[in-house]
Design a protein around this ligand. Sequence first.
Ligand code: SF4
Length: 347
Amino acid sequence: MRWEAQELKVTDPAALLPLAGLVRSIQTPDFAGVTFHEVVCKSALNRVPAQSAMPFHWTINPTRGCLHRCTYCFARRTHEYLDLDAGQDFDTQIIVKTNVVEVLRRELARPSWQREHVALGTNSDPYMRAEGRYKLMPGIITALADSGTPFSILTKGPLLRRDLPLLVEAATRVPVSVAVSLALIDPDLQQRVEPGTATPKARLELIRAIADAGLECSVLAMPILPWLTDSEDQLDALFGALAGAGASDVTVGALHLRPGAREWFMAWLGREYPALVPRYRRLYGSGSYAPKDYRQWLGERAGRARRKHGFDRRAPRRWARDAASDPAPASAPAAPAAPEPAQLALF
Ligand code: SF4
């Protein structure tokens, strides 16, 4: 689409998969080891399954797979629906819906569209580095705002700064929520757990930039990793850094280990912290969530850090013209002392 000068011949067998709407598969020296599969999509708005606990009914994912390569990402399994695997393929076989803006505009123009809240950043990060080349988000933001549709964005990508003027303008017309995902502020551990993501410093600067632009920036501090990032000192440092950066609110949650993410994360843990493997096995058993006792303990500990750094005294300001159209909070398997985030993540 936009990389003709750098395009290389694709030899990866995954590129030969029968992806629906596939136009071409490309590799480029800027993204070593990654294949982008450019597809034309038939729909842009995805309805969230009725049984989901998410507080929104619609999502947009302009991409599938994610260059951020978080070991714990529980969107990983969605790649299996494409006959790709939830591990390496999720990190390196990226599907890009190059016509997503055009399709979205058509869907938003339908008389049946009820202008319900739409969440971005649920199965793939919309501001991963490739967005710098594909530039899909400006069209999506504008289309949503033009149609009067409230929306939220969750990201780990500092590239969102590029679109801050658009977001500020959109927020004068529709409710807009922006959240940054940041749970690891030790840069060494962060690079090992989330090797494709921006540093904690860059994400703190992003939070600051969002706040300075006049938008509230909530933070999703998930996942907190048992025995790795859940000490009193670590939570204190995390909340202190987020308060210093100007975050409007923080939601803390313990690691989930759903199928797909579980295998990938436990393999990583075995390589990096083999002594912790039996402890994690005991804590999680065969389930996806840490036990209730652990989550309560973490919630209390996080609650102390919240109070210490003044988050309990912050009154989030809404950009909503019509707050009733914002999604209602839903229960989630997160630490109970923390309030619900503006956008709960699917990962
Ligand atoms: S957790 Fe989010 S940022 Fe990380 S790999 Fe998954 S979709 Fe990407």
